[in-house]
Ligand binder design. Sequence first.
Ligand SMILES: Cc1ncc(COP(=O)(O)O)c(C=O)c1O
Length: 414
Amino acid sequence: MKNLKKQDPQVYKAVLGEIKRQQEGMELIASENYVSEAVLEALGTVFTNKYSEGYPGRRYYGGQEYTDVVETLAIERTKKLFGAEHVNVQPLSGAPANMIAYSAVLKPGDKVLGMDLSHGGHLTHGHPVTLSAKVYNFVRYKTDASGKIDYKQLEEMAIKEKPQMILAGFSAYTRQLDYKKFQQIAKKVGAITMIDIAHIAGLIAGQAVPNPVPYFDIVTTTTHKTLRGPRGGMILCKKKYAEAIDKAAFPGFQGGPHMNNVAAKAVALGEALKPSFKTYAKQVIKNAKVLEVELMKYGFKIMFGGTDNHMVLVDVFGSKGVSGKEAEKALDKIGITVNKNMIPDDPRKPMDPSGVRIGVPAITTRGMKEKEVKMIANWINAAIESHDNDKVLKEIHRAVIGLCKKFPIYKNLR
Ligand SMILES: Cc1ncc(COP(=O)(O)O)c(C=O)c1O
């Protein structure tokens, strides 16, 4: 970064600080990951200068011989990874991808069955504070006492509500969804099926969890979580919806795509096609399972009865009498980053809920395995139990930094 260093020391210093923070911190936020240096390089290319409204071979501006190359690569790699009939790689992120997908196939006022936020759904799946909830009529389904989606109840709800769309997918739910059941229920009531795989896209690409693409009309995702790409979104769909999706993305919702970002998506998708990505995805699942088992041994209550993916949702207040906010703060002090999170039907407020969400995609990218996860679970327990003892927290912090240094990232960045 020699030019940045010379020209803008303030920004340069902040970048250096962030590199150090990422190197020395234990990143356990379930939606974060470390991209490769090749992805970082693609993000920093001259593609950022280019306007390329439209799609490969049919653009509104000239000079598209190279943008067409990277966008086509990203599309074809996604098709190959997920077996998708049609792919749009232009959504700027996950939230716009969802808005584009809704607007492609719904009219304002249409009804959508989506998963409740406190039961693991996402804000953009119909939370009242969002634009989507102002435009469409969301009705929310929940998990039952065992932590599973009650498909019988979902079917009864679908028959009663007659939604135009049934939406699956989540941000904090940890169990495997029954894709076929969603498909069958939607068919019964004539609804379109959509799934948001933002959290598990990398696990699907790495064949560590089942692929929903054959079962759903529309699939939205982010590219920056388990898929380990740049920040961004994508929409995969059946051929039948291809034209509607493309038109809804541009000109319907967005202007020019961010081509540096599309180039970086292509690079990340290329990485996901390699055999080593399968090993990564399988290790993510193994690490999450060890985290679940270890935290349970320490007396933590794991929501939804356990995990089948890359994260666990822990009821820290119910288990240890420490709120999600206090737990997040204590873990911050030992250099472990997590996020406070609502648990199903949380009796506490969203800004200080009962739970924390803990995910392992980023530490798995660093090469950490079962042995390290056991150490991390031990530190998490110790920090939460000693959340008001700064001396103990400081000691654990030193140990956390020590382990991070054994699994270095971004050694060549400066
Ligand atoms: C399931 C799901 N969908 C959509 C989004 C929104 O993605 P973005 O933050 O890229 O807009 C998220 C982000 O956390 C998510 O978890």
